[in-house]
Structure formats: C-alpha cells, structure tokens
Ligand binder design. Sequence first.
Ligand code: HEM
Length: 440
Amino acid sequence: MATTAKDTKTREIVELNFANPDFMATAYDTYAELREQGPVTRIRFNSGQEGEETGTPRDRLRPSEAFFVTQYDEVIATLLDDRFSVDPKSLMTPEQREQAPETPEEFRPFTRSLLGIDPPDHTRIRKLVQPSFTGRGMEALRPGIQAVVDELLDRAEQQAAARGENAPNRTMELIEALAYPFPVAVIGDMLGIPREDRQQIRGWTQNLLRIDRGNDPAQQEEVRAGLRDFTAYLTGLFARKRVEPTDDMISRMVLIEEDDEVLNEEEMLATVFLMYLAGHVTTVNLVGNGVVALLTHPEELAKLQADPSLAKNVVEETLRYWGPVDFIARRIATENLEIADTDIARGDHVTVGLGAANRDPERFTDPDTFDINREDANRHVAFGRGIHVCLGAPLARVEGQVAFETLIRRYPDLRLAIPADELQWGRSFLRGFGQVPLLF
Ligand code: HEM
C-alpha cells in the first residue's frame, strides 16, 4: 500500500537506538516493520547520550530526526537523485556560512572528505583517485593480497603452536588475527604508508572510531589528540614523498598536488584519511560477518568447500545478508521534493537504509535466508549507489574472496569456538562482530 504524505507526517516517530547492544541483533526485524509501513518512515536517532552538544562530526552527521527510506527501489532512487546534497553548508547563504561555527581544525579532514562534499569538488577529486581502484587494477593486486592473508594465517598457526595447540583444535580470534590487520595492510601498501608506522597509527584510529561510542569529554579529547597526531603524521609523510616519491597512491597525489588548482593539501589529507579509514573499518566486518554466516549455515559452508569458486558469491551474499553498512545517515534535500508520495522539504535529512533494502522481499526471494547460490545477490546496495558509490568496492570484493577461499582451503575443520548465540554485534553503527573465536 502506498504511503501518503499525510500518513508519514502523522505517524509516530520510531526511535533507533544504535548504542543499544541489541540494536543490531533486532535491526532487520525493525526494518521489516518499517518497510511494511511504507517506503519512507520517520525516525529519531538515539546514540545513548542525549542532550550534549559537542560539536563533533557525529552531531553534524546525524541530526536526531530524519526520514528513513527502507524499500529497495526508493533507496536506489534516493541515492541517484541529484537534488540531495551531502554537505550541510550547501543550503546556507554566504552570510550564514560566515556565521556558522568554525569546524574545529582537527575535524576538517572528516568534513571535507569525498563523503562530505558535492559536485563539482567531489567530481574533481573522485576523478583523481578513481583510476587506482578499477576492477582490473584490483585483480593485479590479488597475489599481493593473497600473500598478506597467508602471512597472517602462518602467524596464527605459529602462535597456536607456541601455545601447544594442535589441529583441528587450535584457537584463533578471527578479527584480531586476520579480519582487522589484513585490510589495514592492503590499504596501507596501496597508499604507501610504511609498515613500521602502522602500529602507531592504529592507536590513533582506534580512538577515532570512538566517535560513535560516546560524548564523554575525556574520550573526545583523546579522539582529537589522535586526529591531531594522525594529521601531523600524514603531513610529514607527504613531505617525505615529495622528496623521495615511491610507487604508491600518496606519491602520485603529492605530484598532482603541485598544481593547487587540481588538488590542495587539505583535500589530499582528507582523501588519504578517508581511504585509510574506509579501507579497513568496513572490510574487517565483511570478513567477520561472512565467516560467521558460513559457519552458522553448514549447508552453505559445504557448498563452498565443494566448489571454492563460489567464494565470489559468498562475498556478494554476505554483503546482502549482513552488509557492514546498515544505513547512510546523510542526504539533505536541496529543494522540496517527494519520495514515493512523501513530502520532503528543503533542508530535511534523509537516511538511506541499505540493510533494509537488501532484505526487501519485493526485490529478493526469501531475503532472510543466507544462500550462496543466490543468482541476484550482487544486486545488493551494500556499497551504495550514485556518485558516492563505494570507491573501494572492487578492492573489498577481491579481499573478501581471497579471505574466504583461503580460510576454507587451509582449514577444512574450521568452526566457531563458542556457541553462535554468544557472538555479539559490536556497539557501533557499522554491522560487525566484536570478536569471532574460532577453532581450526
Ligand atoms: C565491504 C567493504 C566496504 C563497504 C560495505 C563499503 C561501503 C561503502 C558505502 C555504503 C559507501 C557510500 C557512502 C555514501 O553514499 O554516503 C562507501 C563510500 C566510500 N568507500 Fe567504501 N565500503 C567498503 C570498503 C571500502 C574500501 C576497501 C575502501 C578503500 C579505499 C573504501 C573507500 C570508500 C570511499 C573513498 C568512499 C567515498 C566515495 C565518495 O564519496 O565518492 N571502501 N563505501
């Protein structure tokens, strides 16, 4: 039944509390209820810490109330609609911009990254980095990606041996042993961040992810300090690459940046920063979620063991079934418009439900079933759509394929070390398990 504008306006606002440890566990039921009500509903985000204004990017990214798009067709239409902006400043008059509070210096890499800018700036910068992420280019990286996975698994085996454990009862915590360090190593190599620096960077970026954990002032200061340190580190690295360029993305960008019209230092900082972060915080969950999905669906696991070429489809079905990004929290209407008969006023914020769309029964047969033979799994919207569609999708796909195929090949007895119902989704707006203890 179509929703009328009036229906949507008068209906009760649904509160989404993603700080609640049960949020992710029950989210697909919530999305199903919302989808039943119509393609667009109204929601209020509650992160668990209300009433504090911190001026951090979280406040800017997530105004408390928004329209929520949950049906597949409307999700795609919204993402393709160029009447939406991702930059809150785009609706301000020059005077308002001038009066708007300055973004604290530390957070500028966030707000000016590809995710937060509109054309023409977005088009110009995206064109510069896109060539590094073509499907063909990623295939060329496959041997290097395989080497990283093998190295990490060798290490997990050595550590198990040092503990006196024997196959098939050795233990490994998947996230720490593989899912986290693996994409960090791959994106670090692509960008040209020296390996010896990465442990230090991990301290800074782990703080960063706390942005989604709390408004505690001490924690916020830690986040800011991490950002300052990471920014200073990158600025220093750019200077080194200017003098001694190597074969990597940062060296190529430093060359481009010589022409300030094409790319300035702040934009370069924001772009590298986003690629480094986006390059691992999501892929870690693709690997974790896919392994858990396989190990809790023995028939699907058996199919993959019998035919490893299915790893490609395991990636697509994992992204559809348990995609790491449940929703895109920011699209701002630049004019009055309608989505499926719902009036959206200029300035309204729209949240796009990728997880909800990926489980839309109008689009996918038996959407709540994990089926690695599903022919149209790759029609998922886990990477978004339109001009901001995930730049790293070809890379994430190869990473996922290599990880699943290698784990299954090397460890025929791979299984969970704890009962599946004891696994917990992390408390974040990203969908992923905090820890996945395995026996192998
Ligand atoms: C499974 C892994 C991944 C998932 C599920 C994912 C998901 C997404 C989504 C949904 C968006 C669109 C956001 C929006 O429209 O506002 C996005 C954008 C982006 N992703 Fe990914 N991503 C993944 C891996 C990666 C990797 C490995 C990189 C490495 C560079 C990356 C870099 C980016 C960048 C730079 C953007 C911004 C693009 C733009 O605004 O033009 N992502 N990603």
